[in-house]
Ligand binder design. Structure first.
Ligand code: NAP
Length: 248
């Protein structure tokens, strides 16, 4: 073998190894990935070599997400047609991990006695029905994936035990999400799925505000660690970003 043919053979081997890694890479889909915790999930999973699909309501404006060189898809989780269109575009694409991250909170959501019902309905539509709608639509993709992990972004504010007032609509939406998660874990657990709700901590994002003590980087580092070690015994559980279980 000449030096040139040896070099070509080595290069071909290296190329084969690279494409094997790419083909074996797990795929993660993150909703609401254009900013905040969702964007940080996209950044950290991409850095770990995952194939990342990040969704945004306005993909044209999701410049930070696009700069990560990930697949960007349009999605409004409250819009059945938008969810169906995403599922159609992803037809045949296996998804290993689904992270239902998109969510809203309203700073004026302060008193259950003076609640704004339109705001309450919007909060339930995004935070509770959104994750369920997306999960239902992407089930064929998740069934085709090897991990079958679904992570629903909840909050400790969704814990009835820990309720100490304010944000009643947000709390109700996350408590209901926790119930949806439990129901999903029972039905899908039999099919090899692991479905969990997680609390990211109080994180400095548009939702968390400038006072929040945790940066997205630290919160998501903990959550990614948790997600990567999920096993059958975790199905249906409620964890914080450090892996501690939270009371319902
Ligand atoms: P954020 O900075 O406000 O980001 C929210 C994301 O959700 C944005 O990408 C937003 O997209 C998207 N979104 C909102 N409505 C949507 C809809 N109808 N369809 C699709 N996407 C929609 O919030 P965050 O702090 O990163 O929070 C992420 C998740 O963690 C949420 O579920 C939140 O409830 C939960 N969480 C956060 C904290 C915290 O302290 N930050 C604490 C506990 C739980 P647009 O840019 O288009 O609005």
């Amino acid at each position: 073998m000449t030096r040139l043919t040896r070099w070509i053979a080595l290069a071909a081997l290296a190329l084969a190894a690279t494409s094997a890694t790419a083909a074996d890479a797990a795929t993660v889909l993150i909703t609401g990935a254009n900013r905040g915790i969702g964007l940080e999930y996209a950044r950290q999973f991409k850095a770990k070599g995952y194939a990342v699909i990040g969704t945004a309501r306005n993909p044209g404006e999701a410049t930070e997400l696009a700069a990560l060189d990930v697949r960007v898809e349009a999605l409004d989780v409250t819009d059945a047609a938008s969810v169906a269109a995403l599922a159609k575009r992803l037809d045949g694409v296996p998804i290993d991990v689904l992270i239902n991250n998109a969510g809203i909170g309203d700073r004026d959501d302060t008193s259950v006695l003076a609640t704004d019902f339109a705001m309450f309905e919007r909060t339930l539509a995004v935070n509770t029905l959104g994750p369920l709608r997306v999960t239902q639509a992407l089930l064929p993709n998740l069934r085709a994936g090897s991990r079958k992990h679904i992570v629903n972004m909840s909050s400790r504010l969704g814990s009835i035990t820990l309720n100490n007032g304010n944000y009643p609509a947000y709390r109700a939406s996350k408590a209901a999400l926790n119930q949806v998660n439990r129901s999903l874990s029972i039905e899908l657990g039999k099919q090899g799925f692991v479905v969990v709700v997680v609390h990211p901590g109080w994180v400095r994002t548009e939702m968390g505000g400038a006072e929040a003590p945790l940066l997205p980087d630290e919160s998501v580092r903990g959550l990614v660690k948790l997600i990567e070690r999920l096993a059958a015994g975790d199905n249906g559980r409620f964890y914080d970003y450090l892996g501690e279980e939270l009371p319902w």
